[in-house]
Design a protein around this ligand. Structure first.
Ligand SMILES: Nc1nc2c(ncn2[C@@H]2O[C@H](COP(=O)(O)OP(=O)(O)OP(=O)(O)O)[C@@H](O)[C@H]2O)c(=O)[nH]1
Ligand SMILES: [Mg+2]
Length: 333
């Protein structure tokens, strides 16, 4: 499963977000560098559609799909030179598939800011500059190594191109494959989330380098999870955020169920049913005979597979069937 790593200054709310998404035990504190080592946890997707399906299947067990989220220490001005927990932070973040940048957009006197005041735009630019400096170092080191090896000409050219084109808000996902050994942050896809309740015009951050930009108040969301009273006053935006995130990651949600368990799965858009069989179990792909599929929108209050088949609602499909969002699937082996 893909991993989404958090990137942000100290006290931006990274650990608060991990707690919110994964309910994991983690230290949340009002002083910088409260997180000293990376923490990976599963964030489950209790989507509205999964709950809808479960209300029909009524199985004892419910198993939602998940994504991995990675919390890491904060980044500060000078991190690329090793200040704070700088280099460690960046090496942990390189292990993630995607980067979710978290920017502080809340005021709180008892929570310090490494730059002295709240200014999301400045923080975003600071992160850009730190990341560029750190990537520059890696690129230069590897250019030196490659110059001794004539067989790696293509890589050499790409690295030179990167070096000459490093600038804030520029990303290079097109070189991800060629440069996968280096795990460069600038070849990953980036997302941006403003954490907090302050009013901010997010339009000026659009069309930069972020695949999408979100706004969420982590603290409020956390209180909504834990406090009934809040739930009457405010509406949670967490599920909408997760639904948008999984779409922006180009994932679709599909389902399986039997008489014991209802499950959801996240799989890349444009996957075939045989890819899904492989995701569930490699044996399912090897022994695949055919698939049976019905879309959630065609499901009424009846979940007996035989009944649905008799009504002609279940399609029999071969291994090249292209999955659609909200398909309910049975693999026949
Ligand atoms: N008011 C408010 N406080 C928040 C919000 N998010 C986080 N906080 C508080 O800010 C402080 C820092 O939160 P953390 O989640 O520990 O921040 P972090 O980014 O993990 O910080 P480091 O681990 O030091 O890099 C804590 O006291 C949180 O309770 C928010 O949305 N609103
Ligand atoms: Mg933390």
């Amino acid at each position: 499963m893909k991993t989404i790593g958090f990137c942000g200054l100290p006290n931006a709310g990274k650990s608060t977000f991990l707690k919110l998404l994964t309910n994991t035990e983690i230290l949340i504190a009002n002083y910088p560098f409260s997180t000293k080592s990376p923490k990976l946890a599963k964030g489950y997707f209790f989507s509205a559609n999964l709950l809808k399906l479960h209300s029909i299947t009524k199985t004892n067990e419910l198993m939602p799909a998940y994504l991995n989220f990675l919390d890491v220490p904060g980044l500060i001005r000078g991190s690329h030179q090793g200040l704070g927990l700088g280099n460690e932070f960046l090496s942990y973040l390189r292990q993630a598939d995607y980067v979710l940048e978290i920017v502080r957009n809340f005021k709180r006197e008892d929570v310090s800011h490494s730059e002295g005041n709240i200014d999301p735009e400045r923080d975003i630019l600071l992160i850009e500059e730190e990341i560029i400096q750190s990537e520059r170092k890696i690129i230069e080191e590897n250019l030196l190594k490659l110059k001794r090896d004539q067989s790696r000409k293509e890589k050499l050219e790409i690295l030179n191109f990167l070096l000459n084109n490093l600038q804030p808000f520029k990303r290079f996902p097109e070189f991800k494959e060629n440069l996968k050994d280096y795990n460069l942050l600038l070849t990953k896809e980036w997302f941006l989330v403003f954490n907090g309740e302050l009013i901010i015009d997010i339009s000026k951050f659009k069309n930069l380098c972020f695949k999408n930009i979100y706004q969420l108040d982590f603290q409020l969301e956390l209180e909504l999870q834990n406090n009934q009273e809040f739930q009457n006053e405010f509406e949670s935006k967490l599920n909408d955020f997760l639904d948008n995130l999984r779409r922006d990651l180009n994932l679709i949600e599909v389902f399986t169920f039997n008489n014991k368990i209802t499950q959801s799965w996240l799989i890349e858009n444009n996957s075939l049913i045989i890819n899904f069989a492989d995701l569930v179990h490699s044996d399912f792909a090897k022994k695949f005979k055919y698939g049976e599929v019905i879309n959630l929108k065609d499901l009424s209050s009846e979940s007996s597979w035989q009944f649905l088949k008799n009504k002609g609602l279940v399609k029999q499909v071969g291994k090249d069937y292209l999955l659609r969002d909200n398909d309910i699937i049975k693999i026949i082996i």
